[in-house]
Design a protein around this ligand. Structure first.
Ligand code: IMP
Ligand code: MG
Length: 190
């Protein structure tokens, strides 16, 4: 079944494009200030959800940095809650030893994905390891994750757009929307 126009799935816009961009500019400014004396910064985007956030955020980071990406999946993806079993689909291209690493995530839900990524990257002995997430669904946290930069704390609703998908679609939308519960179920079940 082809993906219906997003309007059919959208309950309401949670964060519009203007608010997103304004907050991302603030995050970029804060990160630039915090890292001004640390050279060798590398931003690591967790695919695919962080793609849009990463590209907008880095435009506001004025200190020299490089980027890389990692793709991970949790077993039982598609299910609402991750099982805690995480697997690497694509690893980094470069070593991060002695570098200042900033992980860029779209959303933290249970925290299981990030817990795994932090343990994995921490073992590679970076000079520092911090987390920047656009969205934090804090009510659903199952493990304690140190989050250094948060764009928006959001309630326990299923969101899409601006990198976040429903069944891989709608990542291109410039805003964060809340899905109509019944619409999502119909679409995903085909
Ligand atoms: P965690 O391991 O439970 O923290 O799950 C994090 C991942 O689940 C994110 O990187 C997203 O891919 C996905 N996710 C969690 N909540 C949502 C949502 O509301 N919309 C779309 N994807 C979500
Ligand atoms: Mg997803």
């Amino acid at each position: 079944m082809p993906a219906p126009p997003y309007q059919e799935l959208l309950d309401y816009v949670l964060i519009d494009a203007e608010r997103l961009q304004a907050r991302i500019a603030e995050l970029g400014k804060q990160i630039s200030s915090d890292y001004q004396h640390d050279n060798d910064l590398i931003l690591i985007g967790i695919l695919k959800g962080s793609l849009l956030f990463m590209s907008d955020l880095m435009r506001h980071i004025t200190v020299a940095h490089t980027i890389d990406f990692m793709d991970v999946t949790s077993y039982g993806a598609g299910v609402r809650s991750s099982t805690g079993m995480v697997r690497i689909l694509m690893d980094l291209q470069v070593p991060i030893e002695k570098r200042n690493v900033l992980i860029v995530e779209d959303i933290i839900d249970s925290g299981r994905t990030l817990e795994y990524v932090l343990r994995l990257l921490g073992a590679r002995r970076p000079a520092s390891l911090r987390v920047c997430t656009l969205l934090d669904k804090f009510e659903r946290r199952e493990v304690i994750i140190p989050v250094d930069y948060t764009g928006f704390k959001i309630p326990n609703v299923f969101v899409f757009g601006y990198g976040l998908d429903i069944d891989e679609y709608y990542r291109n939308l410039p805003f964060i929307g809340v899905v109509k519960p019944e619409a999502a179920i119909n679409f995903i079940n085909g």
